[in-house]
Design a protein around this ligand. Structure first.
Ligand code: PLP
Length: 375
C-alpha cells in the first residue's frame, strides 16, 4: 500500500518532546485523572468507579464500546441511537474506519482543504481519486459551494470536511452547510464531517452535527481536543445504520475493542461534559484574547481570527518558506509552530493556542523577540 508521508504527524513527532515553547498543541489543556475527579466531585458513583479502576477485570469489554461511554457519545447528538455508534482509537481511528469502509478504487472523494491529511491521503491510497476544494483566505476560509457543485459527479462517494477546521479555526456557516448537504444529496454522496473540535466555539452555541442534518452524514469525534483527554486514545464514529454495520466488520479486523479503562474514564467524562466544556470554553475564549492582542501588535503577522477549534493560521511577511521559518524558530529558540507547508498553505504557520495561558504568553513573548530581528 502506497501512502503519503503524514506531514503534521512527522513534524509533531520530531519536535514535540524537545521544544521549550510548544505553540503547536491542538488539545485544550489536557487533564489528569485526578483533575477529572475534581471536576466530577459530588458524583459519588463516578468517584467510586474511578477509585476502583485498579480492580477492574481487564477483559475485552463490550466490543462495540462500553455502554455508558456510548450513551455519553449519544448525548452529544440530537437523534442518535447506540447502534449508530462505534468506539474507536481516537478520531484518527474513526476517520480511518469510515474511509476504509467507504472508499473503493474508481471512487471520487472531495476533500475540503486545508485539513487533517487523513481526509485526502488515505482515500488516495485506497485507490480513490481526490478532488480538492480549497478554502481561501480572501473568502475567510468558507467553502465555495459553486466550485463544489462543479466538482461532484455520480462517482463522488464522500465529501470530507472538518468544522471547526484545523488549521484555520473557521466554521462552516449553517447556510453553506445546507447547500453542501443539498449537493451531496443530489449525487448520493456521504459527508464525512470530522467534528473533533465540535463544541469549541468562540461565540455561544455550537455547530450542529452532520448526523443530525443529513441521512448520509458521518460524524467523527473524540475525547482528545474538546474533552482534554488525548491520552485515552478514544473516539467514535457515528453514522447511518447500514454503514455502521459494514464499519463494524472492518473494525473487527483491526481493533476488536477499545481499552476498557479508557472507555470507563471516557464515559464518566461525557456524563460530566458540561463541566469540562465550561472549563474548556473558558480557556479557548480567554486565550484567543491573548493571541488577538499578540497578532495586533506584530507587524510581520496577520491572521483570519478563528471562530472555533484550537488553532489558527498565522501569515507572515518574511522571505522564508514556512518550513525554513519554523525550523529556525525551533532550532534557535525552541519555539514550536507547525509550518503551513504541512497543509500546503504557503507563507503561514499553524498555532495551537488552547493550553495553559501562562505558557502561551511566555511562548508568544519569545516569538515576539524573534520577530523583532526582522523589523
Ligand atoms: C481534524 C482532526 N481530526 C482528527 C484528529 C485526530 O485526533 P484524535 O485521534 O486524537 O482524536 C486530529 C488531531 O490533531 C485533528 O486535528
Amino acid at each position: 500500500m502506497k501512502i503519503e508521508k503524514f506531514g503534521v504527524e512527522y513534524w509533531m513527532d520530531r519536535y514535540e518532546t524537545t521544544c521549550r515553547y510548544n505553540l503547536a498543541e491542538t488539545c485544550v489543556d489536557s487533564i489528569s485523572v485526578n483533575q477529572l475527579k475534581e471536576l466530577v466531585a459530588g458524583d459519588e458513583e463516578a468517584l467510586k468507579t474511578l477509585e476502583s479502576l485498579t480492580t477492574l477485570r481487564l477483559s475485552y469489554g463490550e466490543i462495540p464500546g462500553n455502554l455508558d461511554f456510548r450513551k455519553g457519545v449519544a448525548s452529544l447528538y440530537r437523534n442518535v441511537s447506540l447502534e449508530n455508534i462505534l468506539s474507536t482509537n481516537g478520531a484518527i481511528g474513526a476517520n480511518f474506519l469510515a474511509l476504509y469502509t467507504l472508499v473503493e478504487p474508481m471512487d471520487e472523494v472531495v476533500a475540503v482543504v486545508p485539513t487533517y491529511q487523513q481526509h485526502y491521503s488515505l482515500p488516495q491510497s485506497l485507490g480513490g481519486t481526490v478532488k480538492y476544494l480549497h478554502l481561501r483566505r480572501e473568502e475567510d476560509f468558507v467553502p465555495d459551494t459553486r466550485r463544489l457543485r462543479e466538482m461532484v459527479s455520480d462517482r463522488t462517494r464522500v465529501i470530507c470536511l472538518n468544522t471547526p477546521n484545523n488549521p484555520t479555526g473557521q466554521l462552516i456557516p449553517d447556510e453553506v452547510m445546507t447547500e453542501i448537504i443539498e449537493i451531496a444529496r443530489e449525487c448520493d454522496a456521504y459527508i464525512l464531517s470530522d467534528e473533533v473540535y465540535r463544541h469549541l466555539n468562540q461565540e455561544e452555541g455550537y455547530v450542529p452535527s452532520i448526523v443530525d442534518r443529513y441521512e448520509k452524514g458521518i460524524s467523527t469525534g473524540s475525547m482528545s481536543k474538546v474533552f482534554s483527554m488525548a491520552g485515552l486514545r478514544l473516539g467514535w464514529m457515528v453514522g447511518p445504520l447500514e454503514l455502521m454495520k459494514r464499519a463494524y466488520n472492518v473494525r473487527h479486523y483491526n481493533m476488536i475493542s477499545c481499552g476498557m479503562i479508557d472507555e470507563v474514564i471516557g464515559g464518566i467524562a461525557l456524563k460530566h461534559q458540561e463541566k469540562i466544556l465550561r472549563r474548556n470554553l473558558g480557556i479557548i475564549r480567554e486565550n484567543l484574547k491573548i493571541l488577538d492582542d499578540f497578532v495586533a501588535g506584530e507587524p510581520h503577522l496577520d491572521y483570519v481570527r478563528p471562530q472555533g477549534g484550537t488553532t489558527a493560521l498565522l501569515y507572515y511577511d518574511m522571505p522564508l518558506s514556512s518550513t525554513e521559518l519554523c525550523t529556525l524558530l525551533m532550532e534557535e529558540e525552541g519555539i514550536m509552530l507547525v509550518p503551513g507547508d504541512c497543509f500546503d498553505m504557503g507563507r503561514s504557520m499553524r498555532i495551537g493556542y488552547a493550553f495553559n495561558p501562562l505558557e502561551l504568553k511566555t511562548g508568544l513573548a519569545k516569538l515576539s523577540e524573534f520577530l523583532r530581528r526582522y523589523d
